[in-house]
Design a protein around this ligand. Sequence first.
Ligand SMILES: Nc1ncnc2c1ncn2[C@@H]1O[C@H](COP(=O)(O)OP(=O)(O)OP(=O)(O)O)[C@@H](O)[C@H]1O
Length: 489
Amino acid sequence: MDQHRQTISDLVKIDGITTTLTLTYAGKLSWNDGGDHRSLTIEKEVLGFSILGSKIFVKTIIDKSDAYCCTGDKTAPLRKSFVFEPLSEASLQLWSNMIQENLDSLAGRPKKLLILVNPFGGRKSALKIFAADVKPLLEDANILYTMKETRHQLHAKEIASEIDLSMYDGIVCVSGDGVLVEVVNGLMEREDWESAMKMPLGVVPAGTGNGMAKSLLDTVGQPCTALYAVLAIIRGHKRSLDVATILQGETRFYSVLMLAWGLVADIDIESERFRWLGNARMDFYALLRIFHLRTYNGHIYFVPAPGYEKLGDKLRQQSVECSGDSCAFRPNQELPIKIQQHGYRQSNVDLQKLNWKKIDGPFVSVWLHNVPWGSEVTMAAPDAKFADGYLDLIVMRTCSKLSLLALMIELNNGNHVKSPDVLYLKVKAFILEPGSQTADPSKEGIIDSDGEVLARGNGTYKCKQKSMMTYDKLQITVEQGLATLFSPI
Ligand SMILES: Nc1ncnc2c1ncn2[C@@H]1O[C@H](COP(=O)(O)OP(=O)(O)OP(=O)(O)O)[C@@H](O)[C@H]1O
């Protein structure tokens, strides 16, 4: 056996044929296979290994071309075990130690995970996705896990607020965005919220809106599938994520995805009545809403991010009544809210001292986004960054139905923000003062955050249903990089 600077090289049997297997210090495992040179990069391709009798089974995920396979989806990587048989017990032990050492050196790979599966999310396929895509890969990677099905709304929040976090290296939601947001809210309400928010969160797309999974995977050009999402979790890279606090009186909701009021919220929430249309329900209802377009009275106030203070011609074209110091808005005393008894303590920013701008309605749509994608097909905020400390604000005031239709089509590539009908900028803080529909003052709107209805105004869809907040003024601030996500890079 040749062992030099932690590179090991030794004879092993592969399919009964003796060949030389080498593992370099840099984590490359290579051998000859019937005249072909084969190699595996431990970090990228090796999930884990197991020993059965005298054989080592190296569990990998590799490109299909490397697996000599040409059936099914040609782009998705494939699970494959490579079997090596060292020639002695001592050699088997050494190989096992060296591969394990190599895997251990990949700091950040989780060893124990809590997996929350929402059996009712999306097309009710989360349990199937767990069995087909999550479980086998976690087992290949020797990751221990506890799987819990969420039993009711807010169950994920309860679990996150109560569990012993020292038992896990991460919490994974096999769901849509709703369960992830519940987990964030549960962690934020804990006494130990500051350390709890460092717990890495993973999301495996299994809902209707998979905006977070799409945003994460799209950064590296990977498709939004369970397989890629699980691989990102196993490899254990992390990134920070801004958390927005939405506040009304003493009620608060922590948002990681978006807040919508007007057209987008109406489509999001009211299209539920067309669930039987499946994926087409959003497109169908968007068309319906555009043809019967509503505009809303109200006001928005915001603190532009550095570089966005001079909002330029676009804002003036939209006949904004208030800009500049002479009429800059100062939030009144009623807004900055009572100190919470437990959980997250807001950082001490004096909102009154910030440079507020105001836009008056009517509005077609007001949308705030924390990450680029709102769903797998909606690139709402192409410039949004996970942890820049700002929210991207997308405002549509009045606009022709034809332009609106064109904008809706552009939503899947993010080009809508280039339209002269759309105001797009980054903000540090935001206040929404929602009003009634211009055509019928007895009717109000819906405010939606991360798929959750925050408030239903008079005359709206299911307006008798109790919601978290009232259809009234609310304030949003952002805490930079407070949450932690498993991420492909
Ligand atoms: N067992 C359950 N029964 C009913 N609702 C549940 C259950 N478990 C979780 N939920 C709720 O389902 C909601 C949606 O969850 P999820 O994140 O999986 O999907 P989504 O994409 O946000 O929404 P959709 O339901 O449209 O797929 C969450 O708000 C959560 O509270």
